[in-house]
Design a protein around this ligand. Structure first.
Ligand code: FBP
Length: 552
């Protein structure tokens, strides 16, 4: 296998641990913090997690290691979408496990949670794991989106653990996967299996965070990668001066990625889904907002610009959500067959018109035909519209084009509008982790093993104080139940980790809000350039603008 020079050089990089974990395994002890409560619905969560609720938060500190010297056999899975740094979580876990006792064993279950259910695994050895140090991707064992949530599945996992003598499972995943980690931990405790469960906070979307978890890993690298590309596009736009670029960026629901990219690059427009929902903005209002910027720049002779569109935007537009719900209803069950049997788009359009309410039809009617057809083509296994597949960057550019044509006809706009489209998502999920993510992930994994070694169950590996240099980071653990509340999911009340959306009164959004009017009209682009792995710390160890503003 040919290895790139960068990959070879990154093998040599030694990730930085929090100062308190740097003294060697024999010098790490536990400092107990306060007992915890869930963020809401305390009585209900307590009743559902009688064995794991209310435990103390803990931090590690320098002192004699007092953990039991039993041999540990640990299993690890990667769950959900790829995020840069996942390999380093496993490397940190492995290094701490082997440093504690060379006889300890680490199993990697393949393909995500299904690997645990199917007992498909590798046993990590130095030669294998060393090929993945400081690299992006999840290819070390693969990932998957199977959900571990039923008692039957838990019983299978318990059997697999028993078969291999596994004493702990580490689940590296997002809010759903860590919710399931908490439920599995409770199951193991209730059934006296003796198996512990530890979670690690992963997702490029940045929506697994709260007062304890400052950020999920992968957000830093993914947003730096997108910002580099957006910066390059801005420079091209400012050079050629003839295109408006509509750039959709990943983030299934929350707009953290879009906001961070905007803070790094200062584009003309960035939509924030949470703001659209709070202000109940309609598609027409959003379109007008973008068209205002296009027109104002055209008046200065600048027929170019850049607009960032978050992937999840349409779900935040109230009238669009209603339209989607009505379409799902319109095509429920066998009605979809009747619809699909109609011979032409005109017939289908008439069927749709007859089935939608007047308000939803008004929304549907203003959509470009390609988007109208997408709404009826792409269905998920439950028959619902797959909102994430809607090309919202094309939706808004088409609507802006029409809006500008109307302005032109009324004599209010004389510019030229030529749009190009981009979707930045998969490009950033497997990038070589930035130094921040390489350090953070390695620390999360190392710390996860310390939590196992000290016997904790149902805890999230927690590394905080992240806006400071790594030697000032604080390592410890927090009961996952602390992050939970009850939410309605698929018709049932369920205990879940609360998803963190962009806070409109938070410092990152406030900074953006205070500057965006200028950015919309002027050309204030910032070109962040590529992630730097070697060089001065102020270039290589930068955290995100989001984290810097939140912690300022
Ligand atoms: P996770 O929440 O599992 O980390 O995944 C997030 C994400 O990258 C979203 O940004 C994106 O919408 C989605 O995964 C894409 O999923 P898939 O990889 O299944 O296409």
């Amino acid at each position: 296998m040919k290895i790139s020079p960068l990959q070879l050089a990154r093998y040599q990089y030694q990730p930085k641990l929090p100062g308190m974990l740097r003294n060697g395994i024999s010098e790490i002890c536990v400092k107990n913090g306060d007992p915890t409560e869930s963020v809401a619905d305390q009585e209900k969560i307590k009743a559902l997690f009688p064995n794991t609720y209310g435990k103390n938060e803990i931090t590690f500190q320098k002192g004699a290691n007092t953990s039991a010297a039993k041999k540990q056999v640990v299993g690890v899975i990667l769950s959900g979408g790829q995020a840069p740094g996942g390999h380093n979580v496993i490397c940190g876990l492995y290094d701490a496990l082997k440093a504690t006792n060379p006889e300890n064993v680490l199993y990697g279950f393949k393909g995500g949670p299904s690997g645990l259910l199917e007992d498909s695994y590798v046993i990590f050895e130095d030669d294998y794991i060393n090929q993945f140090r400081n690299t992006g991707g999840f290819d070390i064992i693969g990932s998957g989106r199977t959900k571990l949530e039923t008692e039957e599945q838990f019983a299978v996992v318990a059997e697999v653990c028993k078969k291999h003598g596994i004493t702990a499972i580490v689940i590296i995943g997002g809010d759903d996967s860590n919710t399931n980690a908490a439920v599995l931990a409770e199951y193991f405790a209730a059934h006296n299996t003796g198996v512990q469960v530890i979670g690690c906070p992963k997702t490029i979307d940045g929506d697994l965070k709260n007062e304890d978890i400052e950020c999920s890993f992968g957000f830093d690298t993914a947003t730096k990668t997108y910002s580099e590309i957006i910066g390059n596009i801005q420079r091209d736009a400012n050079s050629a001066k003839k295109y408006w670029h509509f750039v959709k960026v990943m983030g299934r629901s929350a707009s953290h990625v879009a906001l961070e990219a905007a803070l790094q690059t200062q584009p003309n427009i960035c939509l924030i889904g949470e703001e659209v929902a709070a202000k109940k903005m309609s598609l027409a209002q959003i379109t007008d907002y973008i068209a205002d910027s296009v027109a104002a720049r055209a008046a200065k002779g600048w027929n170019f610009g850049v607009a960032i569109i978050p992937e999840g935007i349409v779900e935040f537009v109230p009238e669009f959500s209603v339209l989607i719900a009505e379409i799902n209803e319109l095509l429920a069950g066998e009605k979809a067959d009747a619809f699909n049997a109609l011979p032409s788009w005109e017939d289908k359009y008439a069927f749709i018109k007859a089935g939608l309410t007047e308000a939803s039809m008004a929304v549907f009617a203003i959509l470009p035909q390609s988007i109208q057809q997408q709404l009826f083509l792409e269905r998920d296994p439950h028959g619902n519209v797959q909102v994430s597949l809607i090309e919202s960057e094309k939706l808004f550019s088409a609507m802006v084009k029409e809006n500008l044509a109307a302005r032109k006809a009324a004599g209010n706009y004389k510019g030229k509008f030529s749009a190009l489209h981009h979707f930045l998502g998969y490009e950033g999920r497997c990038a070589f982790p930035s130094n921040f993510d390489a350090d953070y992930c390695y620390s999360l994994g190392y710390n996860a093993f310390m939590l196992i070694q000290y016997g904790f169950n149902g805890y999230l590996s927690k590394v905080s104080n992240l806006s400071k240099p790594a030697d000032e980071w604080i390592a410890g653990g927090m009961p996952i139940t602390k992050m939970m509340n009850m939410e309605r999911r698929h018709g049932h009340d369920k205990p879940v980790i609360r998803k963190a959306l962009v806070e409109l009164d938070g410092a990152p959004f406030k900074f953006f809000e205070a500057n965006r009017e200028t950015w919309a009209v002027e050309t204030c682009y910032v070109y962040p350039g590529a992630i730097q792995y070697f060089g001065p710390s102020e270039v290589c160890d930068l955290t995100t603008r989001t984290l810097a503003l939140e912690k300022a």
